[in-house]
Design a protein. Sequence first.
Length: 387
Amino acid sequence: MTSTPAPAGTASTPAPTTRRIASLDVARGLAILGTFGTNVWIFTEPRGMVGYLDTVGAESLPIRVLQTLAQGKFLGLLSLMFGVGLAIQQASAARHERPWPGRYWRRALVLFLDGLVHFLLVAEFDVLMGYALVSFVVSAMLILRPRVRLRWAVACAALHLSVVALVSVGMTLERSGVGAGPEPARANPYADGSFWDLVLFRADHALLFRAETMFMIPLTIAMFLTGAALFQGGLFAPEGAALRRRMMWIGGVAAPVDLAIGIAGAPLGLAGPAVFVGRYAVAPLVALGLLALIAEFYQRRAVGRVGGALSNVGKTALSCYVLQNLIASALCYGWGLGLAARFGAEHRLVFTVAVYVGVMACLLAVSALWTRRFARGPIEMLMHRAA
């Protein structure tokens, strides 16, 4: 990869890069806590990821509503924030007259290794490996002209939506009797296995568990490029009011559509396709509206107590992402307290809400204590030193 001097400006509206933007940290923090709102249902399922994939979208109405509210939207917000982060780092390189992408690949490599360890030891649904791979590509694409990047983003989004349509049709046909039957029951490593048993289970099924990562690469590229373009286009600047309104309109239209799809799928016998379309096609549009709403809300407001708590999580976002999954694993899996096997089946809703609230409270407390002394989280420090 060759490095070129970072362009001083790539958009008509100058991006605000000379000071830390409070709404960015709030958005990151909300994305981390919101992403756990999806993942917590995996932890509290007695059969872990395997059981979650069998039942998602077909649970009781209250569970479907809660799952739909989080499904895909905060992952989309997190993807947009990664793109914003790349644009900020490129702008920093331009201000200091450093080449871009320069040594950014070191950060991406550290992120990939962190994701690999996280995948094997903690969570088979890790997103960091995929983000690292995409950041290699997008960091180089940021030196292209905005119009060229827009074409790439549209092409990647179109490819992604085409695959979503094909897979959704296939899932619908399978429901009608076309396709493979359910796999036979196997031993449950989540409830009965040791920590090492789960590591081996993830390694043995790495291709299956990493399938979503590969499937989401076109969408992630599009979201990264979109996040970078929105930042460079002034989404967080006072001059970006019109852009924020457009994004909020998009999210406002997509949100009720997403909720309707998530709730109506099971009664229509289309639980799987409904979750798939909602998560991978509609939820990213809701994420655009969420980001614009946060940016607009903090244009003329102080961060405040709630925003400050979210900002602490945002400043330590990668570290909090790993920590929340580690805590939930220790609470729910058999190698820890094994609470999912005891309460996950009969008291799924109450148990899941309790785990979410407990882990969220822990993250808010730990991040508040950490940021009193350090500007970055431990994983963020490692990535910074690598570059």
